[in-house]
Write a protein that binds this ligand. Structure first.
Ligand code: ADP
Ligand code: MG
Length: 249
Protein backbone atom coordinates (compact mmCIF):
# COMPACT_ATOMS: atom_id res chain seq x y z
CA UNK A 1 0.00 0.00 0.00
CA UNK A 2 2.62 2.52 1.10
CA UNK A 3 4.83 1.51 -1.82
CA UNK A 4 2.09 2.16 -4.38
CA UNK A 5 1.08 5.42 -2.71
CA UNK A 6 4.63 6.76 -2.57
CA UNK A 7 5.12 6.16 -6.28
CA UNK A 8 1.76 7.65 -7.13
CA UNK A 9 2.46 10.74 -5.06
CA UNK A 10 5.90 11.15 -6.59
CA UNK A 11 4.23 11.15 -10.00
CA UNK A 12 1.54 13.56 -8.78
CA UNK A 13 4.25 15.89 -7.56
CA UNK A 14 6.06 15.44 -10.89
CA UNK A 15 9.18 14.12 -9.17
CA UNK A 16 9.95 11.84 -12.12
CA UNK A 17 13.59 11.17 -11.36
CA UNK A 18 12.82 10.26 -7.77
CA UNK A 19 10.04 7.96 -8.96
CA UNK A 20 12.53 6.21 -11.24
CA UNK A 21 15.44 5.84 -8.84
CA UNK A 22 13.59 5.23 -5.58
CA UNK A 23 13.40 1.40 -5.69
CA UNK A 24 17.05 1.07 -6.51
CA UNK A 25 18.13 3.56 -3.84
CA UNK A 26 15.99 1.99 -1.15
CA UNK A 27 17.59 -1.41 -1.45
CA UNK A 28 19.20 -2.54 1.74
CA UNK A 29 22.82 -2.19 0.57
CA UNK A 30 22.40 1.40 -0.27
CA UNK A 31 20.56 2.67 2.80
CA UNK A 32 22.61 0.63 5.24
CA UNK A 33 24.23 2.84 7.90
CA UNK A 34 22.64 5.96 6.49
CA UNK A 35 20.28 8.19 8.37
CA UNK A 36 16.86 8.96 6.97
CA UNK A 37 17.98 12.54 6.43
CA UNK A 38 21.02 11.45 4.39
CA UNK A 39 18.92 9.23 2.16
CA UNK A 40 16.32 11.94 1.66
CA UNK A 41 19.06 14.45 0.92
CA UNK A 42 20.62 12.19 -1.74
CA UNK A 43 17.30 11.49 -3.39
CA UNK A 44 16.25 15.13 -3.56
CA UNK A 45 19.68 16.18 -4.78
CA UNK A 46 19.44 13.72 -7.64
CA UNK A 47 16.00 15.03 -8.63
CA UNK A 48 17.21 18.63 -8.58
CA UNK A 49 20.41 17.88 -10.56
CA UNK A 50 18.52 15.98 -13.24
CA UNK A 51 15.99 18.77 -13.57
CA UNK A 52 18.69 21.38 -13.85
CA UNK A 53 20.54 19.39 -16.54
CA UNK A 54 17.30 18.88 -18.50
CA UNK A 55 16.41 22.53 -18.37
CA UNK A 56 19.90 23.57 -19.57
CA UNK A 57 19.62 21.05 -22.40
CA UNK A 58 16.20 22.39 -23.46
CA UNK A 59 17.35 25.99 -23.25
CA UNK A 60 20.46 25.20 -25.31
CA UNK A 61 18.40 23.41 -27.98
CA UNK A 62 15.91 26.28 -28.25
CA UNK A 63 18.57 29.01 -28.27
CA UNK A 64 19.57 28.26 -31.85
CA UNK A 65 23.32 28.17 -31.17
CA UNK A 66 25.04 26.61 -34.18
CA UNK A 67 27.54 24.40 -32.32
CA UNK A 68 28.29 23.45 -28.74
CA UNK A 69 31.81 24.82 -28.69
CA UNK A 70 32.84 25.92 -25.22
CA UNK A 71 35.42 28.37 -23.93
CA UNK A 72 37.40 25.37 -22.68
CA UNK A 73 37.73 24.18 -26.29
CA UNK A 74 39.37 27.46 -27.26
CA UNK A 75 43.14 27.31 -27.70
CA UNK A 76 44.60 30.69 -26.73
CA UNK A 77 48.06 29.69 -27.92
CA UNK A 78 46.62 29.69 -31.45
CA UNK A 79 45.34 33.25 -31.06
CA UNK A 80 47.93 35.40 -29.26
CA UNK A 81 46.12 38.66 -30.08
CA UNK A 82 43.43 37.76 -27.55
CA UNK A 83 44.00 38.91 -23.98
CA UNK A 84 43.00 35.85 -21.98
CA UNK A 85 42.21 37.92 -18.89
CA UNK A 86 39.47 39.72 -20.86
CA UNK A 87 37.87 36.38 -21.75
CA UNK A 88 38.21 35.20 -18.13
CA UNK A 89 36.48 38.36 -16.97
CA UNK A 90 33.66 37.84 -19.50
CA UNK A 91 33.39 34.26 -18.31
CA UNK A 92 32.39 35.45 -14.84
CA UNK A 93 29.21 36.74 -16.60
CA UNK A 94 29.47 40.02 -14.75
CA UNK A 95 28.76 41.71 -18.12
CA UNK A 96 25.42 39.91 -18.20
CA UNK A 97 24.48 41.04 -14.70
CA UNK A 98 25.34 44.61 -15.73
CA UNK A 99 23.58 44.40 -19.13
CA UNK A 100 26.82 45.19 -20.95
CA UNK A 101 27.58 44.22 -24.55
CA UNK A 102 30.46 42.30 -26.05
CA UNK A 103 31.86 42.79 -29.54
CA UNK A 104 34.20 40.32 -31.20
CA UNK A 105 35.81 41.94 -34.22
CA UNK A 106 38.24 40.47 -36.71
CA UNK A 107 38.68 38.71 -40.03
CA UNK A 108 37.19 35.32 -40.94
CA UNK A 109 38.28 32.24 -39.05
CA UNK A 110 39.86 33.85 -35.99
CA UNK A 111 37.34 32.41 -33.51
CA UNK A 112 34.63 35.08 -33.18
CA UNK A 113 31.75 32.63 -33.52
CA UNK A 114 33.50 30.14 -31.25
CA UNK A 115 33.96 32.67 -28.43
CA UNK A 116 30.40 34.00 -28.79
CA UNK A 117 29.07 30.43 -28.63
CA UNK A 118 31.22 29.62 -25.62
CA UNK A 119 29.95 32.64 -23.72
CA UNK A 120 26.35 31.84 -24.61
CA UNK A 121 26.85 28.28 -23.34
CA UNK A 122 28.22 29.65 -20.06
CA UNK A 123 25.24 31.99 -19.71
CA UNK A 124 22.73 29.19 -20.28
CA UNK A 125 24.58 26.93 -17.88
CA UNK A 126 24.22 29.67 -15.28
CA UNK A 127 20.47 29.78 -15.85
CA UNK A 128 20.13 32.79 -18.18
CA UNK A 129 17.96 32.81 -21.27
CA UNK A 130 19.85 33.20 -24.52
CA UNK A 131 19.00 33.49 -28.19
CA UNK A 132 21.35 33.16 -31.11
CA UNK A 133 21.00 34.60 -34.58
CA UNK A 134 23.18 35.75 -37.45
CA UNK A 135 22.60 39.11 -39.08
CA UNK A 136 21.54 37.43 -42.36
CA UNK A 137 19.16 35.25 -40.30
CA UNK A 138 17.78 38.33 -38.56
CA UNK A 139 17.20 40.12 -41.88
CA UNK A 140 15.43 37.07 -43.26
CA UNK A 141 13.17 36.77 -40.19
CA UNK A 142 12.34 40.49 -40.25
CA UNK A 143 11.38 40.37 -43.93
CA UNK A 144 9.22 37.28 -43.47
CA UNK A 145 7.49 38.69 -40.38
CA UNK A 146 6.89 42.06 -42.05
CA UNK A 147 5.19 40.33 -44.98
CA UNK A 148 2.78 38.63 -42.58
CA UNK A 149 2.32 41.86 -40.62
CA UNK A 150 3.84 40.17 -37.55
CA UNK A 151 7.02 42.18 -37.15
CA UNK A 152 6.10 43.64 -33.79
CA UNK A 153 5.56 40.21 -32.22
CA UNK A 154 8.61 38.74 -33.94
CA UNK A 155 10.95 41.37 -32.50
CA UNK A 156 10.18 40.12 -28.98
CA UNK A 157 12.30 37.07 -29.84
CA UNK A 158 15.26 39.43 -29.96
CA UNK A 159 14.38 41.89 -27.22
CA UNK A 160 13.36 39.47 -24.46
CA UNK A 161 16.26 37.08 -23.80
CA UNK A 162 18.80 38.15 -21.21
CA UNK A 163 21.52 37.37 -23.73
CA UNK A 164 21.23 37.87 -27.48
CA UNK A 165 23.97 36.92 -29.93
CA UNK A 166 24.07 38.54 -33.36
CA UNK A 167 26.78 36.85 -35.37
CA UNK A 168 28.18 37.82 -38.76
CA UNK A 169 27.45 41.53 -38.97
CA UNK A 170 28.94 42.93 -42.15
CA UNK A 171 28.41 40.19 -44.72
CA UNK A 172 25.02 41.53 -45.82
CA UNK A 173 23.70 45.06 -46.15
CA UNK A 174 20.46 45.74 -44.33
CA UNK A 175 17.35 46.98 -46.12
CA UNK A 176 15.43 49.91 -44.58
CA UNK A 177 13.01 47.72 -42.64
CA UNK A 178 15.73 45.47 -41.18
CA UNK A 179 17.86 48.46 -40.21
CA UNK A 180 14.91 50.01 -38.36
CA UNK A 181 14.16 46.66 -36.70
CA UNK A 182 17.82 46.35 -35.66
CA UNK A 183 17.70 49.86 -34.17
CA UNK A 184 14.53 48.90 -32.27
CA UNK A 185 16.19 45.77 -30.86
CA UNK A 186 19.32 47.69 -29.79
CA UNK A 187 17.24 50.44 -28.17
CA UNK A 188 14.96 48.00 -26.33
CA UNK A 189 17.93 46.04 -25.00
CA UNK A 190 19.93 49.09 -23.97
CA UNK A 191 20.82 48.79 -20.25
CA UNK A 192 18.37 45.88 -19.92
CA UNK A 193 20.04 42.91 -21.61
CA UNK A 194 23.42 41.98 -23.03
CA UNK A 195 24.12 41.46 -26.69
CA UNK A 196 27.20 39.82 -28.18
CA UNK A 197 27.99 41.04 -31.68
CA UNK A 198 30.55 39.64 -34.06
CA UNK A 199 31.75 41.42 -37.17
CA UNK A 200 34.46 41.29 -39.77
CA UNK A 201 34.03 45.02 -40.39
CA UNK A 202 35.21 48.02 -38.41
CA UNK A 203 32.76 50.47 -36.84
CA UNK A 204 33.47 52.96 -39.63
CA UNK A 205 31.75 50.55 -42.04
CA UNK A 206 28.53 50.23 -40.03
CA UNK A 207 26.99 53.20 -41.83
CA UNK A 208 27.29 51.35 -45.09
CA UNK A 209 26.13 48.05 -43.58
CA UNK A 210 23.01 49.66 -42.09
CA UNK A 211 22.49 51.82 -45.16
CA UNK A 212 22.25 54.96 -43.03
CA UNK A 213 25.13 56.78 -41.33
CA UNK A 214 22.94 58.62 -38.80
CA UNK A 215 21.16 55.44 -37.75
CA UNK A 216 24.50 53.62 -37.49
CA UNK A 217 25.95 56.23 -35.18
CA UNK A 218 22.84 56.12 -32.95
CA UNK A 219 23.10 52.31 -32.85
CA UNK A 220 26.84 52.31 -32.07
CA UNK A 221 26.38 55.00 -29.44
CA UNK A 222 24.01 52.74 -27.51
CA UNK A 223 25.89 49.51 -28.09
CA UNK A 224 29.29 50.88 -27.10
CA UNK A 225 28.15 52.86 -24.06
CA UNK A 226 28.55 49.77 -21.83
CA UNK A 227 30.65 47.25 -23.70
CA UNK A 228 33.82 45.22 -24.09
CA UNK A 229 35.40 45.21 -27.53
CA UNK A 230 37.66 42.28 -28.35
CA UNK A 231 39.75 42.92 -31.46
CA UNK A 232 41.13 39.70 -32.85
CA UNK A 233 43.99 39.89 -35.30
CA UNK A 234 45.89 37.17 -37.04
CA UNK A 235 45.41 34.21 -39.29
CA UNK A 236 42.36 32.10 -39.79
CA UNK A 237 42.42 29.03 -37.56
CA UNK A 238 40.81 27.04 -40.37
CA UNK A 239 43.54 27.95 -42.86
CA UNK A 240 46.31 27.46 -40.33
CA UNK A 241 45.08 23.97 -39.56
CA UNK A 242 44.66 23.13 -43.20
CA UNK A 243 48.22 24.30 -43.84
CA UNK A 244 49.48 22.19 -40.97
CA UNK A 245 47.62 19.15 -42.26
CA UNK A 246 48.99 19.52 -45.79
CA UNK A 247 52.52 19.94 -44.42
CA UNK A 248 52.40 16.72 -42.44
CA UNK A 249 50.69 14.84 -45.29
P1 ADP B 1 35.02 33.29 -37.14
O1 ADP B 1 33.66 33.31 -36.55
O2 ADP B 1 35.93 34.34 -36.57
O3 ADP B 1 35.02 33.31 -38.63
P2 ADP B 1 35.07 30.65 -36.00
O4 ADP B 1 34.82 30.92 -34.57
O5 ADP B 1 33.95 30.09 -36.79
O6 ADP B 1 35.70 31.92 -36.72
O7 ADP B 1 36.34 29.68 -36.09
C1 ADP B 1 36.56 28.83 -37.22
C2 ADP B 1 36.83 27.40 -36.75
O8 ADP B 1 38.06 27.35 -36.07
C3 ADP B 1 35.80 26.91 -35.76
O9 ADP B 1 35.63 25.53 -35.94
C4 ADP B 1 36.43 27.21 -34.41
O10 ADP B 1 35.96 26.33 -33.41
C5 ADP B 1 37.90 27.00 -34.70
N1 ADP B 1 38.76 27.89 -33.93
C6 ADP B 1 39.08 29.16 -34.22
N2 ADP B 1 39.95 29.67 -33.35
C7 ADP B 1 40.22 28.68 -32.48
C8 ADP B 1 41.08 28.57 -31.33
N3 ADP B 1 41.86 29.58 -30.94
N4 ADP B 1 41.07 27.39 -30.65
C9 ADP B 1 40.31 26.36 -31.06
N5 ADP B 1 39.50 26.39 -32.15
C10 ADP B 1 39.44 27.54 -32.85
MG1 MG C 1 31.86 33.33 -37.60
Amino acid sequence: MAYERVHENLRNLKLGTLDEILDNRLNANHVQDKSFLDVLDELLEEEVQTRRANSIETRTRLSGIPTRKTLDDFDYAQQPSIDQTVISELRTLRFLHNAENVLFLGPAGVGKTHLATGLAMEAMRAGFSAYWTTMPGFIDQVQRAAKRDMLHAKLKTYTKPKLLVIDEIGYLRLDRESANAFFHVVTERYEKGSTIFTSNKSFADWGEILGDAVLASAVLDRILHHSSVVNIKGDSYRLKNRRRLTKTA
